[in-house]
Design a protein around this ligand. Sequence first.
Ligand SMILES: Nc1ncnc2c1ncn2[C@@H]1O[C@H](COP(=O)(O)OP(=O)(O)O)[C@@H](O)[C@H]1O
Ligand SMILES: [Mg+2]
Length: 431
Amino acid sequence: MGDPPRQGDVYVMREGCSPPGPTLATVRLVKIHEYQGKQIFAKYGVPVPKGYPAFSVAEAETAAKKLATETGSPVVVVKAQIHAGGRGKGGGVKVAKGGASEAKVLAEAILGMQLVTHQTGPEGQKVKRLYIEQGLEMVAEMYLGMVVDRDSRRIAFMASTEGGVEIEKVAEETPEKILTVYVDPIVGLSAFQARELAFGLGLMTYGKETVAKFVRLMSALYEAFTKEDCSLLEVNPLAILKNGDVVALDAKVTFDDNASFRHKAWSDLQDKDEEDPIELEAAQAGLNYVSLDGNVGCLVNGAGLAMATMDIIKHAGRAHGVAPANFLDVGGGATQEQVTKAFSMILKSPKVKAIFVNIFGGIMKCDVIANGVVAAAKELGLKVPLVVRLEGTNVELGRKILSESGLAIQAATTMADGAKKIVDAVTGGAK
Ligand SMILES: Nc1ncnc2c1ncn2[C@@H]1O[C@H](COP(=O)(O)OP(=O)(O)O)[C@@H](O)[C@H]1O
Ligand SMILES: [Mg+2]
């Protein structure tokens, strides 16, 4: 099976796509919180525990009281809402058996904590929202996930009896414990496919009704996945309760940004505290920008050239720890203000140790790029080496603007020449 789409992946869209757009699209993943995912689940009929989001300790206490009245049980779970999994292990999910007063104490401890999980990195993520949820007693915890599988070009359902734990570990160490079915996009999910997973998970031991409930849950999830344009959906754990009910105890939902034009509600679901600030700034400026882990800032026009530029930097720099710090396609119709903005963002990034401007001016004019680069560099100062390769429309004017700017620029002739100069710039020419 192919890897699921990741942040920054670029792929070719099929022709005649709607709306008509670029033939190359960048995968930008729109992440939401567990409680928002569960609200979507509920809309499609996927069973979830009752719960309320809370932004303060007082709200958490009120929610716990409300749940106790509604469910007739004082047991609630206080759950940190951050865009990362593994919260339980990191101390971000705690059960309050003693009702609202205990929930209050837990909320005080969790709200504002710097939660570190295997997905946040060592710096962790500050908890600013909680979800107060009905505590359920389960007899088994399963895993159920969905991705767009690019090898089979289908939505794949994956299920495992090893729920509640890190599924990445199961996939690596005991892949035979993950069952997969691929859904035909024309036919949709067939009941027999859902039953195949149900039997594979051994749900018959909990009774025929549990199997039927699981089948209904899977078809509700399939509807949610397709209608909401998800790129990933995970329920871990999917709980089997004593009475045979099947309930989603956790929800991880990621949307495919390429469908954002038909989901105006997504912008309301976005939590700016969880997003990369540079990417937010870029999105506001209408720029196609994705942050990456490397150290070379790239300003390129055209997604294809941007990809090729990233490839050649990686190729030339692989032995020297040199790699692209971002994907950026300024596009053909960018204004000088947008170019200035794009270059400023690269200049401001502390991880950038050198910048490669690689422009093939077709619709985009080289003088617009040159003016944008000079304006941003004048405002913020250019403290790292800059390698520029300009070709195409108004190239002479573009080069003149750059050479008269007084900026220390290394001109590159070919892509390979540019990549070599960039690697030398980062490593100081050391081999
Ligand atoms: N509503 C709930 N009732 C009972 N136990 C829960 C509830 N929600 C979560 N848990 C328990 O806490 C664990 C971690 O919660 P989960 O939502 O999966 O967060 P994460 O995956 O980030 O650790 C679950 O595996 C489950 O055992
Ligand atoms: Mg989980």
